[in-house]
Design a protein around this ligand. Structure first.
Ligand code: CA
Length: 224
């Protein structure tokens, strides 16, 4: 999953980025409202974490503009104020959820997971395709009961494929959702990661049908 953090306090922004990267998310940061809006309106994110008070364009204005442009990325708004009217205003403007500073990182993660699940209608933390299961909380991946260790990027790739099981995903879509904006990724890199994933998910299970499929000229798809 790919997340955008729009927060002008560098220390907070960088702490969130670091924490989310440890949780296997791809993270971009914008330190002002204008850049935040540009990224949120041109790149694809699974969740946007948006500070309310920002230089350039404030959080409320960003939400309104995005919704006006029919961009419905789930938005979690952060605010230093705890007043109830602020919260109502934030949600009215089109944000999906609201978190008051200071907050615990655990709470932030829980809210992100809840928001990320919304559009896909997957209510469980555990995704499964055939006999492969992926736990997005404990990062445990298993096939037919056998534990499969994955690097964080391999995990991110598998999670993206599994969340969109039975759909063809292009290399561009994969790059967009699994790597952050600054990552210098070539389409060839996706092939390398897919191969590595196959070596762990499909190849060791020789008497089973492979799950990761190449759709020549289009991309990749995971299905039973
Ligand atoms: Ca701020």
């Amino acid at each position: 999953m790919r997340i955008l953090v729009v927060e002008d306090e560098h220390r907070i922004a960088n702490t969130i980025k670091k924490g989310l990267e440890q949780e296997r998310y791809a993270v971009d940061v914008a330190y002002d409202g204008t850049h935040g809006f540009d990224l949120a309106s041109t790149e694809e994110y699974d969740v946007v974490i948006l500070d309310r008070m920002l230089p350039g364009l404030d959080g409320m204005a960003i939400v309104k503009r995005l919704r006006n442009e029919s961009i419905h990325t789930p938005i979690l708004m952060l605010t230093a104020k705890s007043q109830i009217e602020d919260k109502v205003e934030g949600l009215d403007s089109g944000a999906d959820d609201y978190l008051t500073k200071p907050f615990s990182f655990e709470e932030l993660l829980a809210r992100i997971r809840a928001l990320a699940r919304r559009p896909k209608h997957t209510t469980k933390a555990i995704l499964s395709v055939g006999d492969v299961s992926l736990d997005s909380k404990s990062y445990e991946v298993k096939r037919a009961g056998t534990h499969i260790p994955l690097s964080s990027r391999q995990f991110g790739l598998l999670e993206y494929l599994m969340r969109n099981a039975n759909q063809i995903l292009s290399k561009d879509q994969i790059i967009t959702h699994v790597w952050n904006y600054d990552a210098d990724i070539l389409p060839n890199t996706v092939e390398v990661y897919i191969k590595a994933l196959r070596n762990k998910i499909d190849r060791p299970f020789k008497n089973k049908k492979p799950l990761i499929h190449t759709v020549r000229g289009f991309g990749y798809k995971i299905y039973v």
